[in-house]
Design a protein around this ligand. Structure first.
Ligand code: GAP
Length: 457
């Protein structure tokens, strides 16, 4: 297959119903995307897989669903009001806005813009005459810090500062402020974890690359609360746990790598990203951070409420350390789509488009196809209805059987069941495997067990 471009993946996503431009009939709202029937199923399956791995199978882990709107003091305590900003720079010639660190990284791929101070960035841009990506000139303003939080107002009086609230820029704070609630109600002993999946909002200066960086997105975050001294062990554990999860979702290991943070934020002890090789280059996918006891200490300071844990083992009191594991669900969905898409040249010289999605996360698990509509559709419809109690199931009776297989390949359906005379007479169907294109014959009564076994995560 030719190198996959982001434009190609955008087109495929639209063509097959994975992701559409947001508000498209009004000309679109930049950097907003709506998930279609296939995309929303895929994303939900990814969330279910995360839930299984990070909550269900993870010892002592609890899921919560905190509100998007939180007390404004939460964001003062977390440091977002004072420091959650990006370095903004304007091109004086064409008036476009850029993130100074990204401008430098795009100019020289070997530089990590994140590791440069504001002074170093401006010096680099001026010394190297870094061009504006839009007009090619190098005539920029100074750098200004731009806060990424979306503000809104509650109540009726908009200009009253007491009504100011923020759309959360991360889900993590919901987990921190509920630490003691969960600990008490679940009688949890440290080490234990709190995770959640939810929307986050950031007024990004340079969103783009499809759903890689958007202003509204979903995060899947998990915080492990532990005793100081055990933190580095858990940090290493979660780094590997995340990587194994990605591999189990079927991501190509050659396109995944760890990248330790060069510049740690002052409270962090250790931090590492997992990067994925997207069509536009390596990009952050997942972060694992040892946040020490910073977040809980800050909430204790700002709320005036104790965040201490009393250890039943020795009655000691302490504020736990936190190991955070954080991934964007939309970014992960994008990585999975890019990874799964392929154009295979077949022996007869034709090309087949195929999404090699792991069966556990494929939007539809099975398609039921009557070989000849006139003779086999009644049986096939009944079978589809029966299987729909257990799996997302597709039914298609239009076009040649070959064309119908191709349609299912393109949306990643791992199994196609063909209903033919053998089915009507002897209850035998053929099941075609998407990846190998091989077919096996089995009894209708065995279908459910067969599929259930194949789609296990
Ligand atoms: N609580 C820690 C935190 O939010 P982050 O590195 O800012 O850390 C975590 O975000 C993950 O969320 C990223 O690794 C990425 O997958 C996703 N993410 C962050 N900003 C995003 C955006 N604007 N659009 C889509 N996904 C984003």
């Amino acid at each position: 297959m030719e190198k996959l471009t982001m434009d190609k993946i955008v087109n495929i996503c639209k063509q097959y119903g994975f992701i559409y431009q947001g508000s498209e009939i009004y000309g679109g709202l930049a950097n907003t995307w709506d998930y279609g029937p296939l995309g929303s199923r895929l994303k939900n399956n990814i969330k279910d897989a995360w839930r299984k791995r990070f909550i269900q199978e993870n010892k002592n882990s609890y899921e919560i669903d905190a509100d998007i709107l939180m007390h404004p003091r939460v964001w003062e305590a977390s440091g977002h009001v004072g420091g959650f900003s990006d370095p903004l720079i304007d091109c004086k010639e064409c008036k476009t806005r850029h993130r100074a660190d990204k401008l430098i990284e795009e100019y020289d791929h070997n530089i990590n813009g994140d590791a440069l101070s504001e002074e170093e960035m401006i010096e680099y841009i001026r010394k190297n005459k870094v061009p504006c990506p839009k007009c090619g000139k190098s005539n920029f303003t100074d750098i200004r810090q731009f806060n990424l939080m979306f503000e809104t107002h509650r109540g009726v009086i908009k200009d009253d500062t007491s009504s100011l609230v923020y759309l959360r820029p991360e889900t993590a704070q919901g987990e921190f402020v509920n630490f003691l609630n969960v600990q008490r109600t679940m009688r949890a002993k440290i080490p234990f974890g709190i995770g959640q999946i939810g929307k986050a909002f950031r007024n990004e200066i340079t969103p783009g690359n499809f759903t890689f960086r958007t202003i509204e997105f979903e995060q899947m975050e998990h915080q492990l609360f532990c005793r100081e001294g055990t933190d580095t062990g858990f940090y290493k554990f979660y780094k590997e746990y995340a990587m194994n999860f990605l591999k189990d979702l079927g991501l190509n290991t050659d396109k995944l790598r760890y990248k330790d943070h060069e510049k740690l934020v002052f409270y962090a002890k250790e931090a590492c990203d997992i990067e994925y090789l997207f069509p536009m280059g390596w990009g952050e996918l997942w972060g694992t951070h040892n946040r020490t006891n910073y977040d809980l200490s800050r909430h204790q300071e700002y709320s005036g409420k104790s965040m201490e844990y009393i250890d039943p083992e020795d009655n000691s009191k302490y504020i736990p350390y936190v190991i955070e594991s954080s991934v964007g669900c939309d970014r992960l969905t994008l990585a999975i789509l890019c990874d799964a898409y392929d154009e295979e040249i077949l022996e007869d010289g034709t090309t087949r488009e195929v999404m090699h999605l792991a069966p556990s996360i494929a939007p539809y698990k099975v398609a039921v196809l009557p070989l000849v509509k006139k003779y086999h559709s009644e049986y096939a419809k009944e079978l589809k209805e029966k299987l729909s109690h257990s799996f997302m199931c597709m039914y298609d009776e239009t076009g040649s059987i070959g064309k119908r297989y191709r349609r299912e390949d393109a949306i990643g359906t791992p199994f196609c069941i063909t209903v033919d005379d053998e089915t009507i007479n002897n209850n035998i169907v053929t099941i075609r495997n998407r990846d190998t294109m091989e077919q096996i014959s089995i009894n209708v009564d065995e279908i459910e067990d067969y599929i259930a076994n194949e789609i296990k995560f």
